[in-house]
Design a protein around this ligand. Structure first.
Ligand SMILES: Cc1cc2nc3c(=O)[nH]c(=O)nc-3n(C[C@H](O)[C@H](O)[C@H](O)COP(=O)(O)OP(=O)(O)OC[C@H]3O[C@@H](n4cnc5c(N)ncnc54)[C@H](O)[C@@H]3O)c2cc1C
Length: 479
């Protein structure tokens, strides 16, 4: 039998690769993790962490500007943008040791800095060094797409990769792309004082969500002064050397011009699979660029696996680590037992204010897939804590199987929706229905109480009318 230096080589030290390597080291496999850039990947360096840190500063600015609603004198926020961006870097630096090579070496992972390329299914080259291995996990992530719109590249576009080095707040910021990243950043920059235009060629923002969610977010962004232009297809950019310019866009058959000082492109992210030597090995990619992996996350080369943004279909940190478990376990133990990735309960959150949280089916998806559902909606303007907090807009929408309390999907729009959704994720994962949520004590007054009240709304719609009529008659007799 062939002998290898490693049981597993993991390429990429982002959310997916770190977990894959950690699992391998935990089960005492010999594992090498290769990272060409900063450990922690997108999430720590250019994604979740910096964006949520920026959003926090923007929220504080928003509180300041809207303080009058709370009986305090409002003030125009004096934004020290370099200080905001320094705070972003400080938070990254505080978290960084958790993802560092030093920590992973302590945990038993052989960490190598450099760009990896597959020589054959069992050998990986990094610079002058060659490593042999029984299995490989590709966790090389994704990068922002800059569409080939004439003149755009000359405008020195910002993307989530280079945004965090920005030194001055652009006065006029054009955000291209009305998906979650575009909406989050458009709102944050507007709250920090930029004059923001958000364009998307789709008819609505956040196309993955139901229309009620999408139009709610659009109204909110408009109310905060963002010029939202849906149904606008970017055609060309006339750029100046300083990054400013004019975007020409098609709208309703006519051409409109939108001036900007900087343009931020957030139209999607494409898997990083170039330069890995995959073609020569017969490892194919799908039309969207993600690795063509099977339900066990295996590529066409049976000892090479893929996970995270490189494999898709979800581009979230929590999905990257969820998949990493399957990729690592299947790569190490697949000869004895293989596991199919479980995508049955996938949650995500868009960190606009208010937040938008989702798990499972939306109404649109249920209709498209011909799945009958019953919809229960609870409005947050009924929730005591939301009223006290001045955050009484939004709702909890629950999709159940008709005639049953089994949850098929939940959308929450509201303050801390990302925290509230956790209860439904747990419930759906473990087959807990709405009756059990209703039977659980929720602390008063909390936002989480919305979940119980939503379950109560479902219960009222399913009250046992015949039994209640009978009990009513019994009380009449007993009076
Ligand atoms: C602005 C923004 C905000 C986001 N916010 C959220 C959020 O709030 N919540 C959420 O869940 N997700 C969020 N995401 C998505 C999240 O960041 C990604 O889903 C996650 O980081 C994917 O992890 P990954 O390990 O697959 O890839 P990555 O983190 O990209 O890691 C891949 C690593 O592989 C390395 N690599 C690539 N090729 C090679 C090679 N040949 N050799 C060696 N190393 C290589 C790269 O340098 C990189 O470090 C956000 C993303 C962005 C851009």
């Amino acid at each position: 039998m062939a002998k290898y230096d490693n049981n597993l080589i993991v390429i990429g030290g982002g959310s997916a690769g770190l977990i894959a390597a950690l699992i391998a080291a935990t089960v005492r496999a010999r594992v090498t993790l290769i990272e060409k850039g900063a450990m922690g990947g997108d999430c720590l360096n250019t994604g979740c962490v910096p964006s949520k840190t920026l959003i926090r500063s923007a929220k504080i600015a928003h509180y300041q500007a809207s303080a009058q609603r709370y009986g305090l004198q409002a003030a125009t926020p004096q934004v020290d943008f370099p200080a905001v961006m320094r705070r972003v870097q400080q938070v990254i630096a505080t978290i960084e040791p958790k993802d560092s090579m030093a920590r992973y070496r302590e945990l038993g992972v052989n960490c190598v800095a450099g760009t990896a390329r597959l020589i054959d299914p069992h050998h990986v080259q990094v610079g002058d060094e060659r490593f042999s291995t029984r299995s490989i996990v590709l966790a090389t992530g994704a990068e922002p797409v800059v569409p080939p719109i004439p003149g755009l590249a000359e405008a020195d576009p910002l993307t989530s990769d280079n945004l965090w080095g920005l030194e001055r707040l652009p006065q006029r910021l054009l955000v291209m792309g009305g998906g979650p990243i575009g909406c989050e950043l458009a709102q944050a920059f507007a709250r920090l004082g930029a004059c923001v235009t958000l364009i998307d060629m789709a008819p609505g923002l956040m196309p993955r969500e139901d229309d009620d969610v999408s139009s709610f977010v659009e109204r909110r962004l408009r109310a905060e002064g963002i010029d939202v232009r849906t149904g606008h297809r970017a055609v060309r950019v006339a750029a100046s050397t300083d990054g400013s310019g004019v975007l020409h866009a098609d709208s309703d058959g006519g051409e409109v011009e939108i001036g900007f000082d900087r343009v931020l492109v957030a139209v999607g992210r494409r898997a990083n699979t170039e330069g890995l030597g995959l073609d020569a090995l017969g490892i194919s990619t799908r039309a969207d660029g993600t690795l063509d992996v099977d339900a066990h996350l295996r590529t066409a080369v049976r000892n090479v696996y893929g996970c995270g943004d490189a494999a898709g279909p979800y581009q979230f940190t929590h999905m990257a680590s969820h998949q990493a478990w399957y990729a690592a376990v299947n790569a190490l133990f697949g000869r004895f037992r293989r596991f199919k990735v479980d995508y049955s309960v996938v949650p995500w959150v868009t960190f606009t204010d208010p937040e938008v949280a989702r798990v499972g089916l939306s109404e649109t998806e249920a209709a498209q897939q011909g799945i009958p559902v019953e919809v229960t909606r609870y409005e947050l303007d009924d929730l005591d804590r939301a009223l006290a907090d001045g955050a009484a807009s939004g709702w909890v929408k629950i999709l159940t199987r008709p005639g049953s309390d089994r949850i098929l999907g939940v959308s929450i729009v509201g303050a801390h929706a990302g925290e509230l959704i956790a209860e439904y994720v747990l419930a759906m994962t473990h087959g807990i229905g709405l009756k059990k949520i209703l039977g659980t004590i929720h602390v008063y007054p909390t936002l989480a109480e919305a979940n119980k009240l939503a379950a109560g709304a479902w219960r009222r719609a399913h009250a046992p009318e015949r039994l209640l009529r009978w009990v009513g008659r019994l009380h009449d007799l007993l009076r």
